[in-house]
Ligand binder design. Structure first.
Ligand SMILES: [Zn+2]
Length: 93
């Protein structure tokens, strides 16, 4: 297996782990319509490791940009404890 193939599988596994939903808005998408987002942005020192990567639709990914994750979610969708829990559970390993 070459590294671009394993990267592809890794990306797919993360999306499937979340049942192909955008973690931010909670909607379900086709695999190919989901992007992957760094919960802690790279610009803030976030690493490209599974616990810092979540699936996000393009719209949420663009809107979040480098905002702090919960601040982005609350200002965009209001407080949603379930979605915040899903993210915190993932990012805390
Ligand atoms: Zn979304």
């Amino acid at each position: 297996m070459n590294s671009s193939m394993s990267k592809k599988l890794w990306r797919k596994a993360i999306k499937e782990h979340f049942d192909c939903t955008c973690v931010y808005c909670g909607k379900t998408y086709e695999l190919s319509n989901l992007t992957l987002d760094h919960v802690i942005p790279r610009s803030a020192g976030g690493e490209t490791i599974a616990s810092n990567i979540v699936p996000a639709c393009e719209k949420c990914n663009q809107k979040k940009a480098s905002k702090p994750v919960y601040e982005f979610m609350r200002t965009s969708f209001g407080v949603n404890r379930l979605r915040e829990y899903v993210i915190s559970k993932h990012t805390n390993g």
